[in-house]
Design a protein around this ligand. Structure first.
Ligand SMILES: [Fe+2]
Length: 546
């Protein structure tokens, strides 16, 4: 394998800027580019069917703009362009992240009947105040028309997670300008705003979250992805979510290797669950953290009836609720027990808390075999920064590994670094050199653990001062409180040591395969032959080709 550098990459930031890059709150907002001017756009929905009309909402400092729409698959195909469309600067409410921008419609176009399902990138171009071009990118999904699709894959984009991380307008489910002091994360986020910079397109050299550094002894953690974001004017969260960092890599792999693949948003699962029944295999990839109850029902029912779910994704963590026909996503997260109204007389099973909160009664493992609270961080910050880069394999004889030549104890995907940065796991024990889920793990009947790596829910080093840590034990304390009622040291000790797994299990007439890592797509992006082979083994079996 290639030798890792022993120093962090340098993007020209001062130590103060590096600190701000990680700890500061910076985001996209109308007016941010000052005298050069800006153009921004969003659409009325995340996804459309052929024949439907896309409404674009545009705000620009220029009086007119041009636009190109490109299908972003293995190749790029231009499907639409226009020039000389009228634009104007539109007022944006302070809490647009929460309630939407509320701009007036600027432009409409019809999705052609022959536009194949997939992701479509909209590039808007105008002249800045200083005469230089200004541009921005938007993305929408063309979902497939109804009808059986034998031999085709359906990929479901992790749009709930895109929305949760979108920094445009100042607030998301992580940080924000919401609340009386303008300093709180938003418990409601709107689809009616542009995507942040780096969610639609990224340069090839944009760092991923897991470290590509052989970290020297006693080193204070650094975060190249956030430093790069700060240095280049991209979203602080570009590497955490979005089409460009995650979902696109599976879609391009699938097309490049000859699969017929359609794309849907998670909203389809919620509002049109029957879409799954048109397919023999449905795929979920990347950082896939936010789901509704109804989305899970869709997958569970599909698999029970004989469907096949292949999840190459990590961090199945939070229940969300949708409002306003899906235009608002609600997730109280850490504040759920204190502030989510369902705790004061609503249906508590719909609490927007961790799926493993006992009052919800539906751990993530009941759908995809693994739990987010038993997994979490690996390969970055102070969470196993020198940990395994691939999945440690325990059952190399499993059909998923056929043709790879992999051995017991090998690390699957080590060269492409598929293990991290958030992984999903189960409580387990080793007997006779093989991992088994414990009786209280929540694993579905018949689940086989194929691979297990270590992960951590807290940053913990005896040699690195606490003030130099970023993740700290905050998430671990939350999990301790959520699972055991109190964020005590004793409960933290029960939850802080996590793991990431590959598992496989039957349900009803169907089956689930789950490689529980956000970074599986890095193996497809970097064309790691072994990772590609395992992915194809799963897809081919589930499509009935092998
Ligand atoms: Fe996450």
């Amino acid at each position: 394998m290639t030798q890792l550098p022993t120093e962090f990459p340098d993007f020209g930031l001062t130590p103060e800027q590096r600190r701000e890059a990680v700890r500061g709150h910076y985001y996209e907002w109308p007016g941010m580019d000052g005298s050069s001017g800006e153009i921004w756009a969003y659409s009325d929905r995340f996804s459309y069917r052929p024949g439907e009309t896309v409404t674009l909402f545009v705000s620009a400092t220029a009086p007119q703009f041009s636009l190109a729409v490109v299908r972003d698959g293995d190749g790029e195909t231009k499907v639409f362009e226009g020039a000389g469309m009228a634009a104007r600067w539109q007022d944006t409410p302070d809490q647009c992240s929460v309630g939407g921008c509320g701009w007036e419609a600027s432009f409409e176009f019809r999705i052609g009947d022959d536009w194949p399902s997939g992701a479509y990138r909209v590039t808007l171009l105008a002249e800045g105040r200083d005469g230089n071009p200004i541009r921005s990118h938007h993305l929408f999904i063309v979902a497939p028309l109804p009808g059986r699709k034998p031999g085709r894959l359906l990929q479901v984009a992790a749009t709930g997670t895109w929305l949760a991380y979108n920094t445009w307008g100042g607030s998301n489910h992580y940080q924000g300008i919401t609340g009386p002091n303008h300093d709180q994360y938003a418990t409601t986020v709107s689809t009616q705003r542009p995507w942040c910079r780096g969610f639609v397109v990224l340069p090839k050299d944009a760092p991923r979250v897991p470290l590509e550094v052989a970290v020297p002894p006693k080193t204070v953690p650094r975060y190249p992805h956030m430093e790069w974001a700060f240095a280049t004017g991209h979203s602080k969260k570009y590497a955490s979510s979005g089409w460009a960092s995650y979902d696109s890599h599976f879609f391009r792999f699938a097309e490049r290797t000859g699969y017929q693949v359609d794309l849907a948003s998670q909203h389809e699962l919620h509002f049109s669950p029957e879409i799954l029944d048109f397919y023999d295999c449905v795929v979920f990839v990347g950082h896939d953290e936010y789901w509704t109850w109804e989305m899970r029902d869709a997958v569970d029912n599909y698999v029970t009836r004989g469907g096949h779910a292949a999840r190459f994704a990590g961090n199945f963590m939070w229940q969300t609720r949708l409002e306003d026909e899906g235009r608002r996503q609600v997730c109280y997260k850490y504040k759920a027990r204190a502030e989510d109204p369902v705790y004061r007389g609503g249906d508590i099973t719909r609490a927007t808390n961790s799926w493993e909160a006992p009052e919800i009664g539906r751990p993530g493992s009941a759908t995809f075999g693994l739990n987010a609270t038993r997994g979490v961080y690996a390969g970055w910050g102070g969470c196993a920064p020198r940990g395994v880069r691939g999945f440690p394999v325990y059952r190399p004889e499993h059909w998923a590994f056929a043709g790879t030549g992999i051995y017991y104890g090998d690390l699957l995907g080590i060269d492409s670094h598929v293990y991290g940065y958030e992984v999903d796991g189960l409580d387990f024990e080793i007997r006779g050199g093989l991992p088994y889920p414990t009786a209280t793990s929540g694993a579905p009947d018949g689940l086989q653990v194929l691979a297990v790596g270590m992960a951590s829910q807290v940053e913990e080093s005896a040699d690195i001062p606490i003030e130099d840590q970023f993740l700290t034990d905050e998430d671990g304390r939350f999990t301790a409180e959520t699972l055991f009622g109190e964020a005590s040291d004793a409960n933290l000790d029960k939850v802080k040591r996590g793991n990431g797994m590959i598992v496989n299990f039957p349900r009803g007439k169907g089956e689930v395969f789950h490689a529980g890592s956000c970074e599986w797509v890095a193996g497809l992006l970097r064309q790691d032959a072994m990772v590609e082979r395992v992915t194809k083994n799963v897809l081919d079996r589930y499509l009935g080709k092998s």
